[in-house]
Design a binder for this molecule. Structure first.
Ligand SMILES: [Fe+2]
Length: 216
C-alpha cells in the first residue's frame, strides 16, 4: 500500500465526505494490481477492510511456461533445502558436531539467498511467485523425512541426494532457458548450479572422513 499521504492516502479521504459530514469511503488504497480496498466509516468504530485487495502472490497463474515452472520448482526446492540444512544444523551431534554444525549453516545461508532471486525472476517474466508454505511444499520436488537421520553420515548422505536432485532440475532449467533465448534465466540457473556443485563436493569430502561421521 502507498505511504500515507500518497496518491490515494488520507488526503483523498476528506474529498469523499458528503456535505453532511458522513463518510462514504474514507480511504482508497491503490494496489500494484489495480485493486482498491474500501474502508468502513470511522464513525462505525475501528477501521476495517470491506474488500481484500488483490496481492501479487494471489494472481492467477495465467502466464506460465515450462521455464516459469522450472523457476517455481527451484524456488520451492531452495526453501526446502534451506530448512533441511537448518534442521540438521540444529540437531547434529557426535564427534563431528562442531564442523558439521558450522558447515550446515554456511550452506543453509547460501541456499537461502537463492530463494529471492528465483522468485524475482518469475516476476520479471510476468508470473506470480509463491509465498505460502503450502504452495511451496506442493511445488518442491525434494523429499525430506520428518524423522531425523540417526547419524551425521546419514544427514550428509541425505543432503548430497537433495543437491543432486536440485542440480538435475537446474540443468533442465538451463536447457529450457537456452531454448527460449533467455540468457538471463540461463545465467541464473548456471550460477546456482555451480554453487550446488561446490556444496555437494564439500559434502562428499566430508563423507570420505568415515571415522568422524558416526553417531554419539
Ligand atoms: Fe544457528
Amino acid at each position: 500500500m502507498p505511504a500515507e499521504g500518497g496518491r490515494f492516502g488520507r488526503g483523498a479521504a476528506a474529498e469523499l465526505r458528503t456535505g453532511a459530514g458522513d463518510v462514504v469511503a474514507d480511504t482508497l488504497d491503490a494496489t500494484p494490481g489495480g485493486g482498491v480496498s474500501c474502508w468502513s466509516s470511522w464513525a462505525d468504530g475501528p477501521r476495517r477492510p470491506q474488500t481484500t485487495p488483490p496481492l501479487a502472490g494471489n494472481m492467477e497463474r495465467k502466464e506460465t511456461s515450462p521455464l516459469i515452472e522450472a523457476l517455481r520448482r527451484e524456488q520451492a526446492n531452495a526453501v526446502q533445502l534451506h530448512l533441511q540444512y537448518k534442521g540438521y544444523h540444529w540437531n547434529v551431534s557426535g564427534p563431528s558436531f562442531h564442523d558439521l554444525h558450522l558447515l550446515f549453516d554456511t550452506h543453509a545461508t547460501q541456499v537461502f539467498e537463492m530463494i529471492d532471486e528465483l522468485a524475482e525472476r518469475q516476476r520479471i517474466l510476468g508470473a506470480p511467485a509463491d509465498y505460502t508454505l503450502e504452495a511451496l511444499r506442493r511445488a518442491s520436488e525434494l523429499v525430506v523425512e520428518e524423522k531425523l537421520p540417526t547419524t551425521p553420515r546419514e544427514m550428509v548422505e541425505h543432503l548430497v541426494a537433495s543437491h543432486r536432485r536440485v542440480m538435475d532440475g537446474l540443468r533442465k532449467g538451463i536447457e529450457l532457458a537456452d531454448g527460449r533465448g533467455d540468457p538471463g534465466s540461463a545465467d541464473l540457473f548456471t550460477r546456482f548450479l555451480l554453487a550446488h556443485e561446490k556444496m555437494e563436493w564439500f559434502l562428499r569430502e566430508v563423507l570420505g572422513k568415515a571415522a568422524s561421521l558416526s553417531g554419539k
